[in-house]
Write a protein that binds this ligand. Structure first.
Ligand code: UD1
Ligand code: MG
Length: 463
């Protein structure tokens, strides 16, 4: 039976003190609400509905390219029950297990949701509540059970008597699995007759109870999964929890970290065995690192593929493909469209954009290479650059195999340098160089013997 997940994400998040909706704030490399949606999908939800309200367009944009996610707008925030009603009104009745999740509660694990769905299926429950026992239950809805332990109702903190506030310590996490059909049939029974004048989704428990529909609870063992984010301090805490989870998984899979507190790895990044991640390394987006690599220190890679046996030191890279046994850095900048073939070396203070560096080719020091196709076995001397931009157009540079470019060479594009050619240091190359030729563009050196000594003598006499 297909599973539906409804992710409530309409809230304002005043305590974030932000002009962006709370759920759009990033935890590692993705917005908060993205993590909840991902977890729902991992738990088997094939239909995911996100309830948007505050900053609706910004939240919608997060899922613009995700066919599994539908956004429903809740124009007025009249309570959690009202949010679910908006979904029913817009999308029609739903059937099958329907899980309620939150865009600001990103640490929930898929296993926890699966257990909730299983309990609902096995007991044919109308609703299964995920409960928790936090150290301080203040503010949470409380689980009221009857003498034989069955769940009777959820009572919001503000609607509890002082005695109940003290004695009822089992709390509602706010996460449930409902039977979709019975939820849509009965949701209109919720009223606003409570301390906050809101439509409480929690009232469904009492409503089912009166109807004789089965309701039960699953108590979560790890309370930190339910950590909701209301402030930037809580955002930082949740980030730490997620960072630790991801890093512990990677270490258990064979990745070494000198200091896991100083390594940040995004949700979808993969890292191979025996790779070492050094401090101040951030790996984001669709980055994939092979085996036996050393990455960092001080390295940030976004959407970068690195094959086995590479060393990437103090480097920033975006949308780049790096083949095996490549060395990069320290201090290189790899911009989109960079492709470094096997055995290549990109060294210190080098920037590469939209270029292929051939097998075993080297760009070791202080260079800019843009819009260039380079063959294998090339050596680019220190300080050489491609002049690919004339203020209006970008032009390509082609460098053949086994070319030697002397230091401080300007290659004014469009230009082609043939296989095996040699360019003398400090040349400004404005026309093509044929294969195996020497190109030299510099004024003739003058040597005047004894000139410097004569000058020194003159200056001494003036003193
Ligand atoms: C809710 C539960 C409470 C539980 C707690 C756990 C109710 C009535 N109470 O209380 O039992 O212990 O969660 O954290 O459900 N939202 C909307 N639209 C709305 C209202 C809320 O999208 O109209 C979203 C909010 O953005 C928020 C979440 O739902 O992410 C929870 O809403 P909130 O009003 O804060 O509920 P709590 O008071 O936390
Ligand atoms: Mg509230």
């Amino acid at each position: 039976m297909p599973i539906t997940a409804i992710v409530l994400a309409a809230g304002e998040g005043t305590r974030m003190k932000s002009s962006h909706p709370k759920v759009a704030h990033k935890l590692l490399d993705h917005p908060l609400v993205w993590w909840t949606v991902r977890t729902a999908r991992e738990a088997g939800a094939d239909r995911i509905v996100v309830v948007v309200g505050n900053g609706a367009d910004e939240v919608r944009a997060i899922f613009a390219n995700d066919p599994d996610v539908t956004c429903v707008e809740q124009k007025e925030r009249l309570g959690t029950g009202h949010a679910v009603r908006c979904v029913r009104d817009e999308l029609g009745a739903f059937s099958g297990p329907t899980v309620i999740l939150y865009g600001d509660t990103p640490l929930i694990r898929p296993e926890t949701i699966v257990a909730l769905v299983e309990e609902t299926r096995t007991n044919h429950n109308a609703c299964t509540v995920l409960t928790m026992c936090p150290p301080d239950p203040t503010g949470y809805g409380r689980i009221r059970r009857d003498a034989d332990g069955t769940v009777e109702a959820i009572v919001e903190h503000k609607d509890c008597t002082p005695e109940e506030q003290a004695s009822l310590t089992e709390c509602n996490s706010g996460i449930y699995c409902f039977c979709g059909g019975r939820l849509t049939d009965n949701i209109d029974k919720i009223t606003t007759n409570n301390a906050q004048g809101e439509y409480y989704l929690t009232d469904m428990v009492g409503i089912y109870r009166e109807m004789g529909e089965p309701v039960s609870a699953v108590c979560a063992s790890d309370y930190s999964e339910m950590l909701g984010i209301n402030s930037r301090i809580q955002l930082a805490e949740a980030t730490k929890v997620m960072q630790r989870r991801i890093n512990e998984r990677l270490m258990s899979e064979g990745v070494t970290m000198l200091d896991p507190d100083q390594v940040w790895v995004g949700a979808d990044v993969t890292v191979g065995r025996d790779t070492e991640l050094l401090p101040q390394t951030m790996l984001w987006g669709a980055t994939a690192i092979g085996s036996d690599c050393v990455i960092g220190p001080n390295t940030r890679l976004t959407d970068v593929t690195v094959a086995d046996g590479c060393s990437i030191e103090e480097t920033v890279g975006y949308e780049t493909v790096i083949e095996r046994d490549v060395t990069v850095g320290p201090r290189a900048f790899l911009r989109p469209g960079t492709h470094l073939l096997a055995g290549a070396h990109v060294g210190t203070h080098v920037e590469i954009k939209n270029s292929t560096i051939g097998e075993d080719s080297k760009v070791p020091h202080l260079s800019y290479i843009g819009d260039t196709t380079m063959g294998s076995g090339v050596n680019i001397g220190a300080g050489s650059i491609t002049c690919n931009y004339d203020g209006k157009h970008k032009s390509p540079t082609t460098i053949g195999n086994d070319v030697f470019i002397g230091s401080d060479t300007m290659m004014v594009a469009p230009v082609t340098i043939g296989d095996g050619a040699l360019v003398g240091a400090s040349s400004c190359i404005t026309s093509d160089v044929p294969a195996d030729a020497l190109a030299l563009e510099r004024s003739k050196q003058q040597v005047i013997k004894g000139w410097a000594a004569a000058r020194r003598k003159r200056m001494q006499e003036e003193d």
